[in-house]
Design a binder for this molecule. Structure first.
Ligand code: C2E
Ligand code: MG
Ligand code: MG
Ligand code: MG
Length: 288
């Protein structure tokens, strides 16, 4: 079936695996169990401001440690989860876990930065989404400005009015909205002026080419100009080399995320990194 040839399912299937999660149904069952048995965790990848030399936020990225299969990439299970209501439960887990992390920073870290979470369009548009966010912000006693939400362009294609309403309510809570994988979706640019968007995250496929005169080079530059012209923030994701970083800086794009700076790390390392970045910043200042 069409579903079974989906990206997530195929990659997950391995004939030699003793455990065959080779159908949407099996994978969905395993995901429901994963929620039950706490097999998910979040890793955090720093986003740096290259101008300030400072860690300015983290992106939360889900990880699944399957007892027999080992670590499973979100690329292999999020698309399957998105086929059902499971994506909402996974999304709610991500909301709770990231708020718990933000809360823990107030005792473990000397500073705080916003945490950016990925929210699937299906979850964002589901009834009760905004109420859940409101409720959990108050449970953890967290200010909405410490949470950011990343959505992909696909969400704008559906119920535009509902989408706008949800976004306005998020903004009302102080939550900023980023467009993830910008430039790879199928939606028009019209939404950039009609929806309350704060940030464009340039897709890594463009950033990858941004040091040679390939197509990605021109696309990156244009996205940065577009963001600057519309007074939006812009983040380059997938920055892997110093050349890419330098080119982006030359164009005025200072917020970078990628392996050149740091891989996604677990919670403990993320806290250490945040504390280190404060030390570095204060010693920098002391030298002046
Ligand atoms: P994304 O939101 O665009 O996240 C960025 C992905 O790029 C992450 O992959 C990250 O590890 C990877 N990455 C970061 N720096 C580099 C780099 O320099 N080079 C390359 N090649 N890759 C880099 P990851 O963690 O495997 O996540 C893949 C995708 O799965 C995410 O793409 C997002 O669409 C989805 N995802 C991850 N966590 C969640 C989640 O909690 N909820 C939802 N709904 N989706 C999630
Ligand atoms: Mg925890
Ligand atoms: Mg993202
Ligand atoms: Mg992305």
């Amino acid at each position: 079936s069409a579903k079974q040839s989906g990206r997530g399912v195929l990659k997950f299937y391995d004939a030699n695996m003793s455990l065959e999660l080779n159908g949407t149904y099996q994978l969905e069952k395993a995901l429901a169990e994963a929620l039950d048995k706490n097999q998910f965790c979040l890793h955090y990848q720093p986003i740096y401001d290259a101008k300030k030399s400072q860690l300015v936020q983290f992106e939360a990225l889900i990880r699944w440690d399957h007892p027999e299969r080992g670590r499973v990439s979100p690329i292999d299970f999020i698309p399957v989860a998105e086929e059902s209501h499971l994506i909402c439960e996974i999304g709610e887990y991500v909301i709770r876990e990231s708020l718990e992390f933000i809360q823990s920073l107030s005792s473990k870290a000397t500073t705080s930065v916003p945490i950016s979470i990925n929210v699937s369009g299906r979850h964002l548009m589901a009834s009760g989404f905004i109420e859940y966010i409101e409720e959990q912000l108050s449970v953890y006693n967290i200010d909405g400005t410490l949470l950011k939400i990343e959505v992909t362009e696909g969400v704008f294609l559906h119920d535009t009015e509902l989408c706008a309403e949800v976004m306005r309510r998020l903004k009302g809570l102080g939550i900023e909205i980023s467009v993830d994988d910008f430039g790879t979706g199928y939606s028009s640019l019209y939404y950039l002026k009609s929806l309350p968007i704060d940030t464009l995250k340039i897709d890594k496929s463009f950033v990858k080419e941004c040091h040679d005169h390939a197509e990605g080079y021109t696309i990156c530059e244009s996205i940065i100009k577009l963001a600057q012209g519309l007074a939006l923030e812009v983040i380059a994701e997938g920055v892997e080399t110093v050349e890419q970083a330098q080119t982006l800086i030359d164009w005025g794009c200072y917020q970078h995320q990628g392996y050149y700076y740091c891989y996604p790390v677990d919670e403990v390392s993320a806290v250490a990194m945040l504390n280190d970045s404060v030390k570095e910043t204060s010693s920098d200042t002391a030298e002046i």
